[in-house]
Design a protein around this ligand. Structure first.
Ligand code: ZN
Length: 436
């Protein structure tokens, strides 16, 4: 029966475009123009992405079970005190699900890869805000409740989600020209909101002395979560252990898998800590803390989600072929702009113009190579369609030194079994192993 299912073949690092290559991962790559079916089938064979998917897909169901347990076992609809927990648990379901989908379908095309990980970053920002909402409601030390930091904590956390989604999405574009900038942006996009959200926790656990420090049995879970969070960040930033032995951890044990596992275990401890704080502190918080409202829980989460979706749209828009809005707007012809949207109604045309203006004001418009970047310290694309460029593959000599093998062919010899994306950029000379 298994012979009836033809699993997609996998490739070496020198056979895939540079944009798909992972640091110190030599083998196990999927075809960069896989069909959706091939992407799903690849979950049942060993590739360098298989465990990335499963390490987040299975915990999604565990977190969903936790959410449903709270929904069905507690009187959540009339008990406003539990609403922050619901928002947090929902965000805990969303981020591993988005991540597993991103890792599953990221090999469909260059464009799909960008968009998949944009949603991954947006979901992580939502999780960050979900954490902040529960920290504000249950974890804030007694001494800070109703203080100025507590007052501005959630608004700043919402702002951080927009900022960090933007930073993470943008970090995908200077990957070739300025890889260090890309890395710093992406690591900062994940660590900065974590550090901000945890300020009340760090104060409570490590700095607070005397009364109002809120010492209870949740503290040990908070410490476990903090340790795992730092380990997660360390793995993400260092690419260990595969950097020490390129090729050894391609399928099992590379840093991204460990990053996923540590992140999930950390979330598990964070969840336990929050539940303990929530139960132990309920009488005191209900008597002293600000009233919990929909506007203070679901509201910020909804606003943050809308902001992230808008940011993802702005970053995704240049990836899709279509009219060049900036050129048209610069020509100043209202008719030309409208003619590009001749199928739309008058209302949607108006909305489209607003979105185009937003896009033109964004730092991304230079990625089509039409304009210098508005931020002078950011890189200028060299080619007119740099965003579609797969990037040059590694030099054969470099790969030979890394793997001890000679490059063994290119993707032209191994077309995708099913062409799942006709609109994808063509696999041209840039992926044949010829450096340019
Ligand atoms: Zn991941």
């Amino acid at each position: 029966m298994f012979s009836l299912i033809k699993l997609p073949r996998v490739f070496s690092v020198h056979q895939v475009p540079r944009a798909f290559q992972e640091d110190s991962i030599i083998s196990g790559y999927r075809h960069p123009r896989s069909s959706a079916t091939d992407c799903v089938l690849s979950l049942f064979q060993l590739t360098n992405e298989t465990l990335n998917v499963w390490t987040h897909f299975l915990p999604t169901w565990y977190f969903l079970w936790k959410l449903l347990t709270v929904v069905f076992m507690q009187d959540v609809w009339s008990d406003a005190y539990s609403w922050p927990l619901l928002v947090y648990l929902l965000s805990c379901c969303v981020y591993p699900l988005a991540s597993s989908c991103a890792h599953t379908f990221s090999s469909m095309s260059m464009r799909a890869r960008h968009v998949c990980f944009f949603f991954d970053y947006g979901a992580l920002s939502l999780y960050s805000l979900g954490s902040a909402i529960t920290y504000s409601a249950y974890v804030m030390p007694d001494a800070w409740v109703n203080g100025p930091f507590h007052t501005y904590y959630i608004p700043v956390a919402v702002f951080n989600t927009a900022l960090c989604t933007t930073m993470a999405c943008y970090s995908r574009f200077p990957e070739f020209q300025r890889p260090k900038l890309s890395k710093v942006l992406r690591v900062s996009a994940f660590t900065y909101p974590y550090l901000f959200d945890n300020i009340p926790l760090f104060y409570r656990i490590f700095l607070c002395v005397g009364e109002g420090c809120t010492v209870n049995e949740a503290n040990s879970f908070h410490v476990y979560h903090t340790l795992l969070a730092f380990l997660t960040g360390f793995l993400f930033a260092t690419h260990l252990p595969e950097r020490l032995a390129p090729g050894r951890f391609d399928y099992i044990g590379h840093s991204h898998q460990l990053f996923h596992v540590c992140g999930i275990i950390g979330t598990h401890f964070q969840m336990q800590a929050i539940e303990v704080d929530m139960k132990r502190r309920r009488p005191w918080l209900l008597a002293h803390a600000p009233a919990i409202t929909l506007g203070g829980t679901v509201g910020p989460a909804a606003l943050s989600s809308l902001l992230s979706l808008g940011i993802i749209y702005v970053f995704s828009r240049p990836l899709f072929p279509g009219p060049a809005p900036r050129t048209e707007l610069r020509k100043g012809s209202e008719n030309e702009v409208e003619s590009t949207h001749h199928d739309a109604t008058a209302d949607t045309e108006h909305t489209a113009k607003l979105v185009l203006l937003l896009w033109c004001a964004s730092p991304l418009q230079h990625l089509n190579g039409r304009e210098a970047p508005p931020w002078p310290w950011l890189p200028v694309s060299r080619t007119p369609n740099a965003i579609y460029d797969f990037g040059a593959p590694r030099a054969a000599t470099e790969l030979t030194a890394l793997t001890g093998e000679e490059p063994a062919g290119n993707l032209e010899q191994h077309p995708p079994s099913r062409l799942g994306c006709d609109a994808c950029p063509a696999v041209d000379g840039s992926v044949t192993g010829v450096e340019h």
